[in-house]
Design a protein around this ligand. Sequence first.
Ligand SMILES: Nc1nc2c(ncn2[C@@H]2O[C@H](COP(=O)(O)OP(=O)(O)OP(=O)(O)O)[C@@H](O)[C@H]2O)c(=O)[nH]1
Length: 411
Amino acid sequence: MSTAETTRSLDTPPSSDLVSGESPREGGSDSMSIYSPKPKVIGNGYYLGSNSGIDPSMETIAPPAHASPTLLTVNPGSRSDSAMLLGEEGQIPPSILSPAFTPPTTPSTPLMGLAENTSPPMLMEELPKVNCMVRARIPTTTGTEIFLHLYQNNIDNKEHLAIVFGNRIRSRSLDAPREGETEMDRMIRGAYTGRLFPGRTSSHADDSPMSSQVPSRAASSTSLSNMAPTTQLTTPGSGTRTAPLVRIHSECYTGEIAWSARCDCGEQLDEAARLMSLDPAGGVVVYLRQEGRGIGLGEKLKAYNLQDLGNDTVQANLILRHPADARSYGLATAILMDLESVNIRLLTNNPDKIAAVEGPGKEVRVVERVPMIPLAWQNLKGGVTGKEVGDYLRTKITQMGHLLDLPANGN
Ligand SMILES: Nc1nc2c(ncn2[C@@H]2O[C@H](COP(=O)(O)OP(=O)(O)OP(=O)(O)O)[C@@H](O)[C@H]2O)c(=O)[nH]1
């Protein structure tokens, strides 16, 4: 399934009309982030892992991505490929340390050093507030119909998305009545039950001939509060599975749009969609606009050049003064709560993502992890292959703790 349309930027200012997660608390957005390793920050801005030979006492708060770089002296005893880039004096040429021109707007907090990569992620103190602005039915090229939900939030000005499979999952914030709106307004923003058809006049009643095939949840505030959740707790691996499949997917322009074989992001998105379209419990792809593990597209492209110069995906981020992973998942937690999908089966190999998406108060529960095994490693067609993706996957396993066994053939 093509994902091009889901990644087009529609940046708008954050809305003041936001619906909160279930247990909002006081606090600033600076505490929003979780998940990623905390970098060592040298001087006013260079990140290195704890195996860098740098005095750990120098660890401090990460500066903004556009902060001026500070040159770094590396430990001569641990000279690596990346250190080779640092020049004869062990210093990074200023030309490498250009400011981030596409800094992420999703806030993230300090991250842990690489050696601490497997320790539990810090959880945010407060979930962001999210509001589903509009929803629309998308018939896809595979024949599966999806409902695309567009969200605004109170911590960045990006429009994050939820791609909903099946007809059981609805957004509370979308369905909530808005002051002064007409039935036509509701239908135009997607707050209808069932299916739209020419001449339909009510968002609630569905008198279409296809009504038996579509959801029939009423969309009033009283009926919403009485609604049963779309998910029920299941014992993993047994019984009827009613928890939806969920994929928390981070934007990857290169892998989803530019046919990149450097990563498996496009393959993962397609495979998640395929699995969800087959699953009776339905599914949600929460599509977070945190390109390049949160560093932005421009910085990711620089990281690719550094990879071509002999560094791996983690080293490249570090050389560019970014953490190995700058993402956060509070928005995903809040969106899943809004979709009343609080017991989920999560498609991931990333252990930190599991802990992070559950939220500070376990607002969401991952009742099962469903691994994402690269198609090529299963000898299936359609997978991304090649040296670059092989190196990338190996680094994620060996350095980022991803729960995946390297294939015996070393593919
Ligand atoms: N900085 C950087 N980001 C990358 C690189 N390759 C892919 N990405 C980004 O990584 C993100 C996807 O992360 P992955 O590590 O593939 O997967 P994950 O979400 O951590 O874990 P899974 O749930 O198991 O897939 C997307 O935002 C991509 O744009 C790279 O070499 N450098």
